[in-house]
Design a protein around this ligand. Structure first.
Ligand SMILES: *Cc1c(COP(=O)(O)O)cnc(C)c1O
Length: 360
């Protein structure tokens, strides 16, 4: 069987080495005579797996000791609610930057709990850029500032970290976490659903500065309170055990690749192959401002949209799958997360060139 190159935005490609290791350990993890899926989450085997996963993640991202790492469920989408529930701390407003579909969802959910002030937006240009810090209009009494570091649908990525002074910076990093080194100390809270650049769907990772924990109102349900999970080392109830195990294998794989600085270099190389082609072609177009282009998700359109289906069909015949753009924007989208090999991107670029020559 030959594997395809999967350009899906999520659930997305996983490193082949990780899948092989998981396959080899499927029936018998490390001489335990069990699959990880069958283990008690409180047994010493699984505790060791979870502890190693956390330690490796901390090492990869250089997470300081005053931050907690939480392994949760509910996706990034549940964080849209948990963040205001936990961080408002008696305040009635929070600041939000609106750069696209995922920002909008976060803002919409925040309205259930507070007044979300949109302090910067790129809606004026169809969400094709990241508003410069100088254009942000922070409000006086915001509990926190929220932004999405990489808009997975629009393909807009912040290549810089906002400065928010004493106001905690909260970031949706679902689709670019682990793609490059980041300075965790600039953030109050970072969250990410696993199924883009970490592991299987079902696991959500939250990295939170300790002083932000324990501020939820008393009536907050236990599962929605960060304190519950922080106090119980993410084992208050049954965590997504298999997802944590696979994420742990991905973290080990990332370390073997040379860590996040090495990944950043590879990711830049891969993205450049596609952007160079888009820029040199009058057949393909990407609308995003150059300096805000995502290295993870690259949307593009064909000059002849009536050829979209043919493009996708031809791609599939070559084992290049899931290139259809999000239903809200149309066109194509190539998601090229950490686990997408260079060969996959090369094959895509090759195909795109041939398709252009044939159809331009
Ligand atoms: C996919 C995605 C989400 C939603 O994640 P779920 O895990 O499906 O809830 C939120 N934000 C961004 C940036 C995403 O890419």
């Amino acid at each position: 069987m030959s594997r395809v190159f999967n350009f899906s935005a999520g659930p997305a490609v996983l490193p082949e080495e990780v899948l092989k290791k998981a396959a080899a350990e499927m029936l018998d993890w490390n001489g335990s005579g069990q699959s990880v899926m069958e283990m008690s989450h409180r047994g010493k085997e699984f505790i060791a797996i979870a502890e190693a996963a956390e330690a490796d993640l901390r090492e990869l991202l250089a997470i300081p000791s005053n931050y907690k790492v939480l392994f949760l469920q509910g996706g990034a989408t549940l964080q849209f609610a948990m963040i205001p529930m936990n961080l408002l701390a008696g305040k009635t407003s929070a600041d939000y930057v609106n750069t696209g579909e995922w920002s909008k969802k976060a803002i919409k959910e925040a309205k259930l709990f507070c007044q979300p002030n949109v302090i910067a937006s790129s809606e004026d240009q169809k969400f094709t850029y990241a508003p410069a810090q100088g254009d942000w209009k922070p409000s006086a009494d915001a509990a926190y500032v929220h932004y999405c570091a990489n808009e997975t649908i629009g393909g807009v990525e912040f290549q810089w970290i906002p400065e928010t002074g004493d106001v905690p910076l909260v970031c949706d990093m679902s689709s670019n976490i682990l793609s490059k080194p980041i300075d965790i100390t600039k953030y109050g809270l970072i969250y990410a659903g696993a199924q883009k650049n970490i592991g299987p769907a079902g696991l959500t990772i939250v990295i939170i500065r300790e002083d932000l924990i324990g501020k939820a109102p008393e009536k907050t349900p236990a599962m929605l309170n960060y304190k519950t999970h922080a106090d119980a080392d993410s084992m208050y109830n049954t965590p997504p055990t298999y997802g944590i195990y696979i994420a742990g294998l991905v973290f080990k794989w990332l370390k073997e690749q040379g860590g996040l600085a090495a990944m950043q270099k590879k990711n830049a190389e891969k993205a450049a192959l596609i952007y160079d082609l888009l820029d040199s072609s009058s057949f393909y177009n990407n609308p995003v401002r150059r300096e805000d282009r995502s290295l993870m998700n690259i949307p593009f359109t064909l000059a002849k949209p009536e050829l979209d289906d043919e493009f996708l069909k031809g791609a599939k015949a070559r084992g290049l799958v899931q290139l259809k753009g999000h239903r809200s924007v149309g066109g194509m989208r190539a998601s090229i997360y950490n686990a997408m090999p260079l060969e996959g991107v090369q094959a895509l670029v090759e195909y795109m060139k041939e398709f252009e020559v044939k159809n331009a």
